[in-house]
Ligand binder design. Structure first.
Ligand code: 6GU
Length: 225
């Protein structure tokens, strides 16, 4: 999967892809992430990419032209399966969307900023609009990093144990069960007996029950009535 991220603050995103799991995924060529500085695509003076809102009102609006020029240049180079705009009024991003979109080959993610983008971008250039939660961030960059991380960790070979994404919280609409490691007893705090038993079927059953119980307690909305 290749992800092209369009932003006016590429520095904000750079370090995120330069470390840890995402860095290794890129080095192993399991994914490509390309950052594009919107200011490289403007024809205005002083690398201007935003302007006042027609009709008045507070806040600057990202102009349609630099965004269109950047997207058209990318589209000349390859076909894209989705052009996603990160915005607080978009569809709420979740694990199901992550699973579905991690199967795609090429996607563009556009980061919003200021008061948003000229609505003609959304009408003519964008195929999907996503939010990462019901709160407002000062820009879409963190949200784009969140989405990229959620997609990339699902790609085959990215996680060392390929089954481990399958046991994440939210796969199967259940939260993950508790986990323990050595020592089996610390300060008198004990690891549940069943996990030390070596009885695989009992362990699976216990984990499933714990998942259900946690979900019922913490996120009953996931169980849907
Ligand atoms: Cl995608 N962008 C911004 N600016 N704020 C958000 C968001 C996105 N998702 C939740 N809050």
């Amino acid at each position: 999967m290749r992800i092209d991220i369009i932003t006016c603050v590429p520095n904000l995103l750079e370090s995120y892809f330069a470390h840890s799991i995402l860095k290794r995924a890129i080095e192993k060529k399991l994914t490509e992430v390309h950052l594009h500085d919107l200011r490289d695509y403007t024809t205005y003076k002083h690398r201007q990419v935003d302007d006042y809102s027609f009709g008045g009102g507070a806040g600057m609006v990202l102009m349609v032209e630099p965004i269109d020029r950047c997207i058209q240049k990318l589209k000349e180079e390859r076909d894209y399966d989705a052009v996603i705009y990160m915005t607080p009024d978009g569809e709420r991003f979740n694990q199901k969307l992550a699973n579905r979109f991690s199967m795609l080959t090429n996607i563009i993610i556009l980061c919003g900023h200021y008061k948003g983008v000229d609505d003609r971008v959304r009408q003519h250039l964008i195929t999907h609009e996503w939010s990462i939660g019901d709160y407002v961030l000062s820009g879409g960059e963190l949200a784009a990093a969140v989405v990229s991380d959620a997609l990339i960790r699902l790609l085959p070979g990215v996680l060392s144990d390929e089954t481990s994404a399958l046991s994440d919280s939210f796969q199967d609409d259940l939260l993950a069960p508790p986990v323990y490691t050595r020592p089996a007893e610390y300060n008198g705090w004990k690891v549940p007996e069943v996990l030390l038993s070596g009885h695989e079927a009992n362990i699976q059953k216990w984990r499933y029950e714990q998942s259900l119980e946690r979900t019922r307690e913490r996120r009953p909305d996931l169980l849907g009535g």
